[in-house]
Design a protein around this ligand. Structure first.
Ligand SMILES: [Zn+2]
Length: 501
């Protein structure tokens, strides 16, 4: 009974505050009717864009499930002192929306390697494998031979377009690696990460494939420690042993890359000053590696040392768009996923908001009639958005209703993850805890060292030529084929006759 009384009084409190925080204009039915009429008219005015896509701008939010998407929208508005729920993100303006089924050939819930192989190479595969079909066994080099599958980035390059990858993780990480590498293990970042048997059987590490496979015009992210010989001091952290070069084969892939580009204007940079000095108008090739491993979270980034994802996206587009045949660019917000693994919703949402700003920059620099822009996630995470928070309440705050254990809980929490805590038989008492800080770890129902992924469908948003292909509930590997069709690239274009000639 006591619990019920607490709940009822909390509900009264909720109603009292709820009405005062609502916006006056929203009490008028005309507000909603005219808003809906405007939306209806803009949908009716839409014309099918059946152009051939000259450019493909592909934004991937790693781990940006629909819960993350909604919560990031609210955060974006709240960071601008709005209530947040009504905010229109840039990605919300895309006219076509579909869902993609993310399971891999071997697992109900997939990882970034298998999913990237699906949406970039057009073929579903096994967990932990990149750029290879499901005939390849995870970690077994021998099984990878002859089972390689190529990506939309390669198809675009083969069609004469310029191509690039921009990420906030190391450039050898699963998502960007699927544009250029073929590997039975996503963990083979450098040769030092490979078992002797795999090397003996002729497999090569992901970093070396960054140079030996498709000729990529723009490469931006982190991961320089996998490129240099063991013991090479890092230019930014010379005293930090863990950031030193890893390679056992003695190769310096950064130097090799520079000499491979002899005769072209090719820049390698590792800090913001040098990055800012790169003139896109005169640059043919850019390799920018801002950290030994992954980049810092946006909330921790030193703006004097590292550019934001908005700045890297802009530089990449300006370099690539000089090609009259167009470009393919993958931009990955790669650390939404890593923040979720750590149970840190603050970080995950801020990463997703940063990605939305990069999308806005992408739209600003390109034309809708010739650029197919896609936004999607690879897989989701077990973050839930629950309770009955008031309108406009901080998305990182607590539900106004307490639970049956007479303790408050946060609006965002996890099904599993490092935030699970039980002391003396109860959950932690967060009444006096500020849950809105960047280091706060949300409660998880089940203790795991790292939150897992989750298996529900992810959103696919599209804008520009053939955007209407990205509708309905589809298998995730369909995305690569639909992009190839839109841009007239890839092996199937000969069958497309008139449209592509
Ligand atoms: Zn992950």
């Amino acid at each position: 009974m006591e619990l019920t009384r607490v709940a009822i009084s909390a509900l009264f409190l909720l109603l009292a505050f709820g009405s005062s925080s609502a916006k006056v204009e929203e009490e008028n039915p005309e507000f909603w009717r005219s808003q809906a009429k405007q939306t209806l008219q803009s949908v009716l005015d839409r014309e099918l864009n059946t152009n051939v896509a000259k450019n493909i701008l592909f934004f991937l939010g790693d781990g940006m499930g629909i819960t993350t998407y909604t919560a990031a929208r609210i955060l974006k508005g709240q960071l601008q002192n709005q209530t947040g729920e009504e905010t229109v993100m840039t990605m919300d303006t895309f006219p076509s929306v579909g869902l993609a089924k993310t399971y891999s050939v071997d697992f109900q819930i997939a990882d970034s390697a298998a999913t990237a192989t699906a949406y970039l190479c057009g073929v579903k595969t096994n967990l932990n494998t990149i750029g290879v079909s499901a005939a390849t066994r995870n970690g077994v080099c021998k099984s990878q031979k002859g089972n390689e599958v190529t990506s939309i980035l390669k198809w675009a390059k083969d069609a004469g377009k310029s191509v690039g990858i921009v990420t906030t993780t190391r450039v050898q990480h699963a998502t960007p690696a699927a544009t250029y590498a073929h590997t039975a293990s996503r963990k083979w970042y450098s040769d030092a990460d490979m078992p002797a048997g795999a090397k003996k059987d002729g497999c090569t590490d992901i970093s070396s494939q960054l140079l030996s496979n498709t000729d990529i015009d723009v490469i931006i992210g982190g991961g320089r420690k996998y490129m240099t010989p063991r013991g090479t001091k890092d230019p930014e952290y010379p005293r930090d042993y863990s950031s030193w070069g890893k390679r056992k084969d003695g190769r310096d892939l950064i130097k090799e890359w520079q000499s491979m580009k002899f005769g072209k204007v090719a820049h390698y940079v590792w800090n913001k000053t040098d990055f800012d000095a790169v003139d896109p108008e005169t640059t043919d090739y850019l390799m920018a590696l801002f950290e030994p491993g992954d980049l810092r979270f946006e909330a921790d980034r030193d703006p004097n040392m590292d550019p934001s994802i908005v700045e890297t996206t802009e530089k990449a587009i300006r370099i690539l768009q000089k090609n009259p045949k167009g470009f393919f660019l993958l931009v990955e917000g790669g650390r939404i996923d890593q923040a979720h693994h750590a149970g840190r919703a603050y970080m995950a949402l801020h990463e997703a908001v940063a990605l939305d700003y990069a999308i806005a920059k992408g739209l600003e620099l390109t034309k809708e009639n010739e650029t197919l822009t896609i936004v999607m996630a690879d897989h989701s995470h077990p973050m839930t958005f629950n309770g009955y928070p008031f309108r406009g309440q901080s998305i990182l705050g607590k539900s106004p209703l307490w639970a049956m254990d007479v303790l408050p809980y946060t609006t965002l929490m996890y099904g599993n993850g490092p935030g699970h805590k039980v002391a003396n038989g109860t959950r932690p008492d967060i009444r006096n805890v500020n849950t809105k800080t960047k280091d706060y770890v949300q409660l998880a129902a089940v203790p795991t060292e790292s939150a897992t992924h989750s298996g529900e469908d992810v959103a696919v948003l599209a804008r520009g030529p053939m955007a209407h292909l990205f509708q309905g509930v589809q298998e995730q590997n369909y995305i690569a084929h639909a992009m190839a069709y839109a841009a007239c690239v890839g092996a199937d274009q000969r069958q497309r006759g008139q449209r592509c000639s």
